[in-house]
Design a protein around this ligand. Structure first.
Ligand code: PLP
Length: 815
C-alpha cells in the first residue's frame, strides 16, 4: 500500500490529528515485532479480548510516528494520529478499498487443513513466474486477512491469500473484503466444527468465499462438498481433485510402489517422483498441480518446480552457538518478505550485539537497485554491529550498508576469512538464498553437534495456550507452570516466550528455578510452589512469591521478611488442602490462619488448591467434592481476611473438564505442550515436542545372526536393521527394548530390537522402503505420538518429558 494520511482518512472517514501529508506504506499491529518504522503506522486493534491501546506507548518508544487508534492520547508528543470509530472495521474497510483498487490475479485458499502449506508451496512455485504477494505466516482471520491484503502494491501480478474462519457468518464478512478470482478449497475436517451446528453448515459458510470467483478448485472426495458446489456454482468453471477416480485430477497409480506418481489432469498425464506419501501431502500435491495447470504453467516446468519443493521449511530456528552466540538460521528461500519476517524474529531477542550474514536476493518484484536500497534501509534500521554480504550482486551495493560491512564472493570465502569465529555473545542472523549453502555457516557456528534434538515448536505452544484461553472468560488470568525446567523443555526459553505473549504468572517448583529466570530477565510474577526453608532470603531478594502451605512455613517465611527490612506487604499464596493430601491448610486451621495473616504485614495474593484427578472421568464425583471444599473454605477465609485475593484451582485438564470452576486464574501445564487425556480436546491441540535423531548405519543382519548386547534379538530371516544414536543415557528407558517400543521412520513404526545401549539402539526397518543412512528418525512426535511413547514406557507423558537427558540439544522453532 501507499497512501497519505489524508487519503486514508477519506477512505475510512477518520479524524486526523497531525500532519496529513505523511505517507503510510506499512501497518504494524504488534508493537513487539516492529522491525521498521519508516512509513509505518501502528494500529491499536481493540478486540473483545484485548485492547491494543496498551501498546501504543511501546510502539512510540520504538520510533513510530503515526498511530491509528480509537482514542487519542495527547500525552505523547510529536505523534500523528488517525482516530477511527472501530479499529477492526477500519482495517477491514481499508483492505476492501485497497484490494478493490488492485489489479492482480488473486487466489483465495480456504478449508480446514493445509491452507498454509498450499499457500507456501504455491508461492515457492510461482514467485519467480510473477511478482507475487502472499499472506505472511498463517494470517487468515478477520484481522490477519486485511493486514495481508494491505501488502499489495502496484508491481504485484499475483496474490495468494489464506482465508480462515472459525464461526458462522465470518466468511460472509471476509468475502465482502476479498473475493478471489481463483478459489481453492482444501480438505474439510472437524476443526472449528464445534462452533457450527453441522458439517453442512460449516461447508455452506466456507464456500461463500467463492461467490464471485471465476474458477473453483476443490477436493471432490467429500460428497457433501461436491454436491453443494455443483448445485450452487454450476455456472462457474469447477475443477475437482482427490483420490477418487471420479475427480478430474487424481493419481493414476496411487497404490503402486513406483518412485514416480502419475497425475491424471483431464486427458493429460504428468509424472514426478514423490517420496512422502501420507494422505495430506498427496492431496496437497494434487491441489498444487491443479492450480499450476490452471495458471497455464507447462507440464515440464511443473515437474521441475515440484522437484525443488522442500518440505515447507518456512521456519526459523534459533540455535545455541559457540561463544555464547545465538544463531538464527532461516532456511526459507530469500526474498524481501522473508527477510522482513526474519528481522521480526530477531527483534524478539534482547542481545545487545548483533550480526547479519546476507546473500544475493532474488526478488522479481524489483530491479536490483531498488531492491538493495530497500534491503539496506531495512538492515540499517536494525543497527547491526557487522554485516557480511555474500555474492557479487549484493556486494556491488555494499556502500548502502551503514554498519561495518564485509563482502565475499561465496560462502566458503567468508568461512575462510575467520571473521565469524571471532564473534562473541551476539545474535547472528543467517539469511541466504539456497544456492549459497549458508547451512555450512550454521554447522561452523553451532555449539553442540548432535544429530539428536528435542525440537520445541513455540507456535504450537502458543496455539495450545490460546485454545485453552478460548474456553475461558476473557478476564480469567493464566499461570503457566514452568517447573522442572518447563517439564524438561527449557524453562528460560519457554518463560521468555510466554512473557512476550503476556502470560500473567509463572509457576516454578523450587527457588533456584525462579532465581535463574530472574537473572535472565524474566519480570513476570513467579510463584514458588515448594520454597525450601533455607531459601526464604533468596525468595525475597529475587522478588519471588512463595506458596504457603502450613503454619511452620508461614512463620519462618514471615521471620525472613521482617529480617529483610521489606517494608511493604509481601505477596504470598495460600494453598488449601482439599483432597490431594500433599500440601495445604486444612479446614480446621482456617480461623487461626486468618487471625495470623491479619496480624502480619503480608498480602495474600491468591488462595488456591490443586485437583488430584481432573484427568480421570471416573473420579468426577471426587473432583466435584474437591471443588466444593475449595469453594467453601476459600470463601470462609476471604470473609475472615476482609479483602479478596484471587482464587485458582484448575490445572490443564481441569480447564477443559471443569471450566465453570475457573475462578480468577487457571494454571496450565501439560496442556500447553499439546497433551490432553480427552481425545476430542486432543484433536484441537498441536504437538509441541518432537524428539528426533538420524540413522547412523544400516546393516543387513542375516538369518540366525543376533543384534546387540546379550544377543536378545535373533533374525529369523535376512533383516534390515538401523542403528540410531540415542540410548538410555538420553532418557529412553531400557525396558522398552526388545520390540516393546517403536520409533518412527518415514512415518511408519520401526520396532526397537535387542537391548537398548547407553548411547545407541537398533531398530528393525525391514518393512520400510527407501530408508537411507542419515535419514531422520522420530523418537516421538507424530508417529509414535508422545502419548504412545509414554505407553511403551508404562508411564505418563510428564515423566517421559522430564526424563530426557540434558545432553539432548533443545532447539526452539517458530514460523
Ligand atoms: C504442575 C502443576 C500444575 C499443572 O498441571 P498440568 O496437569 O500439567 O496442567 C498446576 N498446578 C500445580 C500446583 C502444579 O504443581
Amino acid at each position: 500500500m501507499n497512501y497519505t494520511i489524508k487519503q486514508i482518512a477519506e477512505i475510512a472517514n477518520a479524524k486526523v490529528i497531525g500532519d496529513k501529508n505523511l505517507v503510510i506504506k506499512n501497518i504494524a499491529f504488534d508493537s513487539r515485532i516492529i522491525y521498521s518504522t519508516k512509513n509505518t503506522a501502528f494500529i491499536a486493534i481493540n478486540t473483545h479480548k484485548n485492547s491494543g491501546e496498551k501498546f501504543i506507548e511501546s510502539a512510540i518508544d520504538r520510533g513510530i510516528k503515526i498511530i491509528i487508534s480509537e482514542h487519542h492520547y495527547p500525552q505523547f508528543e510529536n505523534v500523528n494520529w488517525i482516530i477511527v470509530e472501530n479499529s477492526v472495521e477500519f482495517i477491514q474497510d481499508l483492505a476492501k478499498y485497497h484490494f478493490g483498487n488492485s489489479h492482480l490475479k488473486s487466489i483465495g485458499i480456504t478449508g480446514s487443513n493445509g491452507k498454509t502449506i498450499l499457500k507456501e508451496w504455491l508461492y515457492q512455485c510461482l514467485w519467480n513466474e510473477f511478482p507475487t504477494v502472499k499472506s505472511p505466516k498463517s494470517f487468515n482471520s478477520q484481522i490477519g486477512l486485511p493486514l495481508s491484503l494491505l501488502q499489495i502494491n502496484d508491481s504485484h501480478k499475483l496474490g495468494i491469500f489464506e482465508v480462515g474462519i472459525s464461526k458462522p457468518d465470518e466468511m460472509q464478512k471476509l468475502e465482502n473484503i476479498f473475493s478471489p478470482q481463483i478459489g481453492l478449497l482444501t480438505h474439510i475436517g472437524t476443526a472449528h466444527l464445534a462452533n457450527f451446528k453441522s458439517e453442512e453448515e460449516l461447508i455452506d459458510e466456507k464456500i461463500k468465499l467463492f461467490k464471485d470467483s471465476e474458477v473453483i478448485i476443490f477436493n471432490g472426495d467429500n460428497q457433501l462438498v461436491l454436491n453443494k458446489i455443483n448445485n450452487l456454482y454450476s455456472s462457474k468453471k469447477l475443477i475437482t481433485y482427490g483420490f477418487k477416480e471420479s475427480n478430474q485430477v487424481y493419481f493414476k497409480n496411487l497404490n503402486s510402489k513406483e518412485e514416480n506418481l502419475i497425475v491424471k489432469y483431464f486427458d493429460e498425464e504428468i509424472s514426478f517422483p514423490v517420496h512422502q506419501r501420507d494422505e495430506a501431502t498427496l492431496t496437497n500435491a494434487l491441489a498444487l498441480v491443479t492450480v499450476l495447470k490452471d495458471l497455464g504453467i507447462e507440464n515440464q516446468k511443473i515437474v521441475e518446480k515440484i522437484n525443488t519443493l522442500k518440505a515447507v521449511e518456512m521456519r526459523l530456528e534459533a540455535i545455541e552457538g559457540i561463544k555464547s552466540n545465538i544463531i538464527i538460521n532461516d532456511s526459507f528461500n530469500l526474498d524481501l518478505d522473508s527477510l522482513k519476517t526474519a528481522l521480526q524474529f530477531l527483534n524478539e531477542y534482547n542481545k545487545s550485539k548483533k550480526s547479519l550474514v546476507l546473500t544475493d536476493i532474488f526478488d522479481v518484484n524489483f530491479n536490483s537497485k531498488e531492491l538493495y536500497e530497500e534491503v539496506s534501509d531495512l538492515v540499517n534500521e536494525q543497527k547491526f554491529d557487522s554485516v557480511f554480504l555474500i555474492g557479487n550482486e549484493i556486494s556491488n551495493f555494499s556502500d548502502l550498508f551503514k554498519s561495518k560491512t564485509y563482502t565475499f564472493i561465496n560462502t566458503q570465502e567468508l568461512i575462510d576469512s575467520k571473521h565469524l569465529t571471532e564473534l562473541e555473545n551476539q545474535i547472528i542472523l543467517l539469511k541466504g538464498a539456497r544456492k549459497f549453502e549458508i547451512e555450512k555457516i550454521k554447522d561452523l557456528l553451532e555449539l553442540r553437534k548432535h544429530d539428536t534434538v528435542l525440537e520445541i515448536n513455540l507456535n504450537a505452544l502458543l496455539h495450545n495456550i490460546n485454545y485453552h484461553k478460548s474456553l475461558l472468560k476473557p478476564a480469567t488470568k493464566m499461570m503457566a507452570m514452568v517447573k522442572a525446567n518447563s517439564y524438561g523443555l527449557g524453562s528460560y526459553e519457554i518463560s521468555e516466550f510466554l512473557q512476550h505473549h503476556h502470560i500473567d504468572y509463572l509457576g516454578v517448583a523450587f527457588v533456584d528455578e525462579g532465581v535463574e529466570l530472574r537473572k535472565k530477565g524474566i519480570t513476570v510474577p513467579i510463584v514458588v510452589m515448594n520454597p525450601e526453608q533455607h531459601s526464604y532470603d533468596t525468595v525475597i531478594e529475587y522478588n519471588l512469591e512463595p506458596e504457603i502451605y502450613s503454619f511452620r512455613v508461614l512463620e519462618l517465611f514471615y521471620a525472613a521478611v521482617q529480617k529483610s527490612g521489606f517494608d511493604k506487604k509481601y505477596p504470598i499464596h495460600i494453598k488449601l488442602e482439599t483432597g490431594m493430601h500433599r500440601l495445604g491448610f486444612k479446614e480446621y486451621e482456617l480461623d487461626q490462619l486468618s487471625e495470623t495473616l491479619n496480624k502480619m504485614n503480608v498480602k495474600v495474593q491468591s488462595i488456591f488448591s490443586h485437583l488430584s484427578s481432573s484427568d480421570i472421568p471416573e473420579e468426577k464425583e471426587f473432583t466435584l467434592n474437591q471443588l466444593e471444599t475449595f469453594e467453601k473454605n476459600s470463601s470462609y477465609l476471604i470473609k475472615k481476611l476482609r479483602y479478596t485475593p484471587i482464587r485458582h484451582i484448575l490445572n490443564s485438564s481441569g480447564i477443559t473438564s471443569y471450566t465453570d470452576h475457573q475462578y480468577d486464574m487457571v494454571r496450565i501445564g501439560i496442556g500447553m505442550l499439546g497433551e490432553s487425556p480427552n481425545s476430542e480436546i486432543q484433536k484441537q491441540l498441536q504437538s509441541v515436542v518432537s524428539f528426533k535423531t538420524v540413522i547412523s548405519q544400516i546393516s543387513l543382519v542375516e538369518n540366525g545372526e543376533s543384534v546387540g548386547y546379550s544377543r536378545r534379538f535373533k533374525a529369523d530371516h535376512n533383516t534390515k536393521i538401523a542403528t540410531i544414536p540415542v540410548g538410555y543415557a538420553d532418557g529412553i528407558p531400557r525396558l522398552i527394548g526388545n520390540q516393546i517400543g517403536n520409533v518412527g521412520v518415514n512415518k511408519r513404526l520401526a520396532p526397537i530390537v535387542g537391548s537398548i545401549c547407553m548411547d545407541m539402539m537398533m531398530i528393525n526397518i525391514d518393512h520400510i522402503p527407501n530408508v537411507k543412512e542419515g535419514d531422520t528418525v522420530t523418537v516421538f512426535n507424530a508417529k509414535p505420538t508422545l502419548k504412545e511413547f509414554a505407553e511403551y514406557c508404562k508411564t505418563i507423558t510428564y515423566e517421559v518429558l522430564t526424563s530426557i537427558s540434558p545432553r539432548v540439544k533443545r532447539i526452539y522453532v517458530k514460523d
